[in-house]
Design a binder for this molecule. Structure first.
Ligand SMILES: NC(=O)c1ccc[n+]([C@@H]2O[C@H](COP(=O)([O-])OP(=O)(O)OC[C@H]3O[C@@H](n4cnc5c(N)ncnc54)[C@H](OP(=O)(O)O)[C@@H]3O)[C@@H](O)[C@H]2O)c1
Length: 208
C-alpha cells in the first residue's frame, strides 16, 4: 500500500480480511503508522514507500494525484499496480491534459510507471463502503465495482481480489476508457449492481 489514509487503510483492511499480507506506507514514515498497523494485526507491517513498492505482488497507490511524482518507478516494474485516484482540480490543481480530456489520470500514472501494469479500481466507492457493502459471491443485487486497464492478466488479478473483497466486477476496457467512472459520471460513488453499473458506464458522457 502506498498511501494509508481513507482509501489506503480500508483497502488494507479488506486485503487482510482476504488473508493477504500487507506492507503499508505513507509520506511521513513507518513510525507514524504504528497505531494503524497494530489495529490491522499480524498480517500488516509498516514500511517506507520504496519498501511497500518492492514488497507487493499487487501494489495499491492511494495518494493524492499531486503526489504521483513521488511514486518510485523502478521497484514497480512488472507488477500490477492498482490506481485508486480521482482528479479534483480544486484539490489537486489544474492539469491541462485532464481538463481538455486528452488523457485520463490513470494513463498519466501508467506513463510514469512504464514497466508496471496499471489497473484503475476502487476510485468510485466511498472508502468505508469497501467494508460495509461487501457481500459474498452470488448475493442478490451484489454491489459491483469497475476496473480499467491495458493488461488482461493484471485486470484478472484485480478482479479476483475485488471478488474476494465482496463485490462483482465490471471491466470498462482499457485505461483510456477510465474516464467513464471519474467524478461527475453517473456511476461515480453510486451503489449499483453489475447490470446497473454496465448501463451507467455506457451512458457516461465525457465532460471535457
Ligand atoms: N476517500 C475516499 O473515500 C476515496 C475513495 C476512492 C478514491 N479516493 C481517491 O484516493 C486518493 C487518496 O484519497 P484518500 O481519501 O485516501 O486520501 P487521504 O485520506 O488524504 O490519504 C492520503 C494518503 O497518502 C499519503 N501520501 C500523501 N503524499 C504522499 C507521498 N508523496 N508519498 C507517500 N504517501 C503519500 C498520506 O500520507 P501522510 O498522511 O503521511 O501524508 C496518506 O496516507 C485520492 O485521489 C482520492 O480521490 C478516495
Amino acid at each position: 500500500m502506498i498511501g494509508a489514509g481513507n482509501i489506503g487503510s480500508q483497502v488494507a483492511r479488506a486485503a487482510i480480511a482476504s488473508r493477504y499480507n500487507v506492507v503499508i506506507s505513507n509520506s511521513r514514515g513507518p513510525e507514524t503508522l504504528a497505531d494503524l498497523v497494530s489495529e490491522l494485526g499480524p498480517r500488516a507491517r509498516a514500511g517506507t514507500v520504496e519498501e511497500a513498492a518492492s514488497a507487493g505482488d499487487l501494489v495499491v497507490i492511494a495518494i493524492p494525484l499531486r503526489a504521483m511524482g513521488d511514486v518510485p518507478s523502478e521497484p514497480l516494474g512488472g507488477k500490477t499496480v492498482i490506481d485508486t485516484n480521482n482528479y479534483y482540480p480544486r484539490r489537486d490543481g489544474n492539469i491541462a491534459a485532464l481538463d481538455d480530456g486528452s488523457t485520463t489520470s490513470s494513463e498519466l500514472l501508467q506513463g510514469r510507471l512504464p514497466g508496471a501494469n496499471v489497473v484503475k479500481a476502487f476510485n468510485h466507492i466511498y472508502a468505508r463502503q469497501i467494508a460495509s457493502d461487501a457481500t459474498p459471491p452470488g448475493t442478490r443485487d451484489r454491489r459491483a465495482l469497475a476496473i480499467a486497464g491495458d493488461d488482461a492478466s493484471a485486470k484478472a488479478k484485480v478482479a479476483e481480489l475485488i471478488d474476494g473483497f465482496g463485490f462483482d466486477v465490471v471491466d470498462i476496457g482499457p485505461l483510456a476508457e477510465s474516464w467513464r467512472i471519474q467524478p461527475g459520471t453517473p456511476a461515480y460513488v453510486q451503489r449499483m449492481n453489475a447490470e446497473e453499473l454496465t448501463a451507467a458506464l455506457a451512458a457516461a458522457e465525457r465532460q471535457s
